[in-house]
Design a protein around this ligand. Structure first.
Ligand code: SF4
Ligand code: SF4
Ligand code: SF4
Length: 304
């Protein structure tokens, strides 16, 4: 039987000294893979279950190193004499990433064992202080079954553990994971089921069932994290529904607003997709103040 420490996960990056992913100073581990496809996703490279290649022709110096090592013929000389890329035959092996001198070919994630991740996180433990710790993010950090082994290892190391989740995971995984985190940063992207389905692919009933499961099985806190998308979910009915959800939770830590931003465009282009960022969705300060007012007037505790 495979040791839990040897379980491997696709790690997008490990961000040290983060102050925006939970309380205190934190180390955030971003994992590849997400079952959703939010229109506003700011990490679109993490949606695929397995790593994908990001390319940036503007950074390419035409050295040809990627072409020499590519086993699939996905990197090759184009008819214009410049390196070309055929994503359809790319095996995401990462060989080009290993030799590219400029970062013009970059694999979105690399496999790491639980033991390797833990070792890197523990380097930062002296900086966590009283409130900090480690946060698992993504993608959907519970997407891979091996995430449970990582949670258990972090817990056994005595670290404060936060998990950012969309809730779009199998119920059994949420049952197993809920007791293993101190803080859940639980996305409530929209409370209107058809709109949620259209904008993210998520099933509202499933997300809310898992929220109840998390609330039942955790001994930690649950913070509802709500993206605010102007012209999409910024409605009185939505904020009143979020407030009602927060009031029903046994372990509610409050509601946190996440204003939409349009930063994902360059990543979409590096994935060979069009830039679908929407500057008109960015909420104004007045929109944010109004959402907070609606939440508070409906009984929610809004975190600043
Ligand atoms: S990731 Fe591998 S298969 Fe894909 S382009 Fe690079 S070297 Fe070729
Ligand atoms: S290795 Fe990098 S810089 Fe060289 S040709 Fe390939 S993508 Fe361009
Ligand atoms: S849940 Fe997060 S990672 Fe997944 S598609 Fe939505 S925004 Fe992107």
């Amino acid at each position: 039987m495979e040791s839990q420490a040897c379980v491997s996960l696709p790690v997008v990056r490990i961000q040290r000294f983060s102050t925006g992913d939970g309380p205190g100073v934190r180390t955030t581990v971003f994992l590849q893979g997400c079952p959703l496809s939010c229109v506003w996703c700011h990490n679109p490279e993490t949606q695929s279950a397995q790593p994908v290649l990001l390319t940036d022709p503007a950074s390419c110096i035409g050295c040809g190193a990627c072409i020499a090592v590519c086993p699939a013929g996905a990197r090759r000389w184009g008819t214009d004499g410049a390196p070309a890329f055929d994503r359809a035959v790319c095996r995401a092996c990462g060989a080009c990433d290993g030799v590219c001198p400029t970062g013009a070919c970059e694999l979105s994630a690399h496999a790491m064992t639980v033991e390797e991740i833990l070792r890197l996180v523990l380097r930062d433990a002296p900086f966590f202080g009283e409130h900090g710790g480690v946060t698992l993010s993504g993608g959907e950090p519970l997407f891979h079954p091996g995430s449970l082994a990582l949670l258990e290892a972090l817990r056994a190391a005595g670290l404060h553990v936060a998990v950012e989740t969309s809730g779009a995971v199998p119920r059994s995984r949420m049952v197993a994971a809920a007791p293993l985190a101190d803080l859940w940063l639980y996305d409530i992207k929209d409370t209107d089921p058809p709109r949620l389905r259209a904008m993210t692919g998520a099933d509202a009933g499933h997300i809310l069932d898992n929220l109840a499961v998390c609330d039942t099985h955790t001994a930690g806190r649950i913070r509802l994290r709500c993206i605010l998308v102007r012209g999409v979910n910024h409605t009185p009915a939505h904020w009143q529904a979020v407030a009602a959800l927060s009031r029903r939770l046994l372990h509610c830590d409050g509601v946190e607003l996440l204003p939409y931003h349009a930063f994902a465009g360059s990543k979409s282009l590096r994935l060979g997709r069009p830039d679908i960022s929407r500057p008109d969705w960015i909420p104004s300060p007045a929109d944010i103040a109004e959402a907070k007012r609606l939440l508070r007037s409906a009984g929610a505790s809004v975190l600043e």
